[in-house]
Design a protein around this ligand. Structure first.
Ligand SMILES: [Mn+2]
Length: 260
């Protein structure tokens, strides 16, 4: 088993034009870039072509983070669910064209009608996850579902929910461990030990243990030395993507020192 490699998410510059983002990634301290398929950086054919040209010239490798704004794969509205799946399938096609190692997506969320239809959103969540995974497989792409932060009404924030998901979804959907999201419910160690064989990708940023701040590594209350030891203990050897929105370069260097 090798060592993990450190990557960088474009989340920190999502407020800036796509063109500027493509300039920033050339200056990153890593060749592993996670493209956030959202907002000003939403992918299209032309942008995929541009990113592929950059990858060839500068030796970059990509992963893609699925769109997440107003996206709910557990939506009780057929109309909205269809629009959501259509958008996510587009993202999968672009990710496949970028030769991504993995396509990262979030679970669905509870809604204002969830209390009237117990478990319906969970059932729709697993259905959608299975169908997106199958579609991605048809395009030669792996998928991984991320633990999302409390207190948002996401369906998959804790270990218990991920256990249920993997009991019901036998397909090879990987897990993205977002270390900082797991810090909010105090389950970093529990996630790492329970899903050592499912985790294929990680997100790293920091927070005060209460809200999803996406701080630079070392600027919140996460014990990174302890986290690094746990990551080594499970022999994790895939990518750890820095998803901070500040102190980005410093965060990449700090994680390299701890993990590589
Ligand atoms: Mn994340």
């Amino acid at each position: 088993m090798g060592q993990p490699e450190i990557g960088l998410s474009t989340l920190y510059c999502l407020g800036e034009p796509f063109k500027r983002m493509t300039e920033y990634i050339l200056r990153a301290e890593t060749a592993h870039i996670e493209i956030v398929d959202e907002g000003l950086h939403a992918l299209n054919k032309r942008r995929v072509k541009a990113l592929n040209e950059i990858a060839t010239s500068y030796g970059l490798k990509y992963t893609v983070h699925a769109p997440f704004a107003d996206i709910n794969i557990a939506s009780p509205s057929k109309t909205l669910l269809n629009a959501t799946i259509k958008r996510l399938k587009k993202s999968i096609i672009y990710a496949s064209a970028l030769n991504c190692r993995v396509w990262v997506f979030h679970s669905g969320l509870k809604t204002g009608v969830s209390m009237f239809y117990p478990d319906m959103d969970w059932i729709q969540n697993t259905k959608s996850a299975r169908s997106l995974h199958a579609f991605a497989g048809d395009h030669g792409l792996k998928t991984a579902i991320e633990n999302t932060p409390e207190p948002y009404p996401f369906l998959m924030t804790n270990v218990k929910q991920f256990k249920r998901f993997y009991n019901e979804v036998n397909e090879d959907v990987g897990m993205v461990l977002d270390i900082a999201h797991a810090n909010i419910n105090g389950q970093i160690e529990s996630f790492l030990t329970t899903f050592a064989d499912k985790i294929v990708h990680m997100h790293a940023h920091d927070n005060n243990g209460e809200s999803d701040q996406h701080l630079g590594i070392g600027y919140g209350n996460i014990d990174w030395k302890k986290v690094a030891d746990l990551i080594k203990k499970i022999s994790y050897s895939d990518i750890v993507v820095v998803e901070s929105v500040e102190h980005v370069e410093q965060s990449v260097l700090k994680l390299k020192k701890l993990l590589v």
